[in-house]
Design a protein around this ligand. Sequence first.
Ligand SMILES: [Mn+2]
Length: 429
Amino acid sequence: MKLNLLHTSDWHLGIELKDFDRTLEHRMFLTWLHGALAEHAIDVVLITGDVFDHGQPSAEALRLWFGFLVAATRDHPHLQVVVIAGNHDSPQRLTMADPLLAALGRIHVVGAWHDDLQPLPLYERSGAVAGWLGPVPYLRSAELAGADPLGKVRAIYATMAQRLAAVTREGQAQVLTGHCFVQTATLSPNSERNTIVGTLEAWPVDVFPAVQYVALGHLHRAQTVRAAQVVRYAGSPLPLAFDERNYAHQAVVVQLNGAEQAQMQTVTVPRAIGILCIPDSGEFAPWPLVQVELAKLPLATGDRTLWPLLEVRVSADGAPLHLRQEVEALLADRAVRMISLRHHAEGAGDIGDGALETLEELGPLEVVRRMYAATPGSELADAQEATVHTLIDLAQRLQMGQLEDVRQEREAWLAARKMELQVLAAAGE
Ligand SMILES: [Mn+2]
C-alpha cells in the first residue's frame, strides 16, 4: 500500500528578520505548498514543530495558519494533516482550536507529550490504512526532569515503537516524529544557536527505533541524520537568518510502501525574496571592498516589496565616520532593502576568530560558561550546567509567550517536591 507523505517543519510563522516582517514570504510559501500537494499527490502533510515563532502568535500568523488548513482540506478532501508542537509552540495554544479543526476533518495536532499518546492511522486515497504514525512532540524539560533525561527519551520512543508494533499489520509502514537536536546534525549558526544549549538536548540517533521514516524538526538546515531507516530534518522553508541564505530550503516528499525502505525526494521551496550579504563570504570586509560590492547591485526597478533583503558587514579599519549614511547613499538607487548593517568595532578583535561576537550570537549558556572560565579556579560543573540549562529553557519559553505552560510546569514541579518531602517525612517517622 503506497502513501505519499510531505514532511515540512520549522515554519516559524510570525518571525522577523532584524525587525523585517516575513508575512509576505510565508504567504508565498503556503501558496507554493498548496500547489505542491496536488503536484505530488500528497496524502499526508506532516509538520514537525515550530509552526509559530511565538507561543502567543500574532493575529496575522494565526490567519496564515488557519487559512492554509482550511484551503488545504477544502481542496484535497482526502488529505490528512498531522502537526506536532516544537519548542517555540505553546502546546495549549497550538491545540486550542481542536474542536474547529476536528470539524474540518483529518487534522491532528499533538501539543505536549502525555503517556496516553497513541499512533495515528495514515490513510491512502482509497481509505485503506497504509501506515501508522507515532506522534512524539518536543519533549520539554519538565517531561525529561530527573537524573537520566536521555533514558526518559529512550523510554518514550520505545513506548511509541511498541504501540506502533501493536497496531501495524502487514503491508503498513511506520513513521515516528521528533522535535529535537540529534548528534552529528549540522547547525545554522545564528538562528538556532539560542535554542540549542550545551549537549543535554543532543541525542544520539539510536534513540529512534528502526521504522520506515523518522521526521524531525528543530534544525533549520535540511539534512539526513541516518540514511538506512531514514531519519531526516525537513529544515525550514525559508531562511530565518542571514547565515541560512546559501542552501536550498525544501520540503521532503516521502513515498511509503509498507515495510519497504521509504523513497525520499526533496522539493526545493522557491525563494520569494532574495537574502543577500555583502560581502557574500559573511566576513567583515574593509570599507573600499564593500563600496565596490555595493556598486555592483542592480539598479532599482520593479516591485519594491520583492527586492532582496541585505545585510552589510564592514570591518573596523578605514570605515567612514558616518558609515550608515554613506552606505544608504550608495544604496539609494539600488533594488535592495538593507535591513542590517554590522560594523566590526575596534578593540573587540581579540574574541574568537576576529569577528565581533555579540551576546545574542554566543547564547546564554556560552556566556555563563565564559564567565566561569574567566574566574581562576572555577569551572561550570555538570549539575550547575543542568540548572542553568533549565533556567534558560524557562526564560526562553517565557519570552516566547508560553506563560501558561511554564506556570503549569512550575506547579507540577512544586507538587512533586512537596510529595517527595512528605514521603521523606513519612519514612523518617
Ligand atoms: Mn525548534
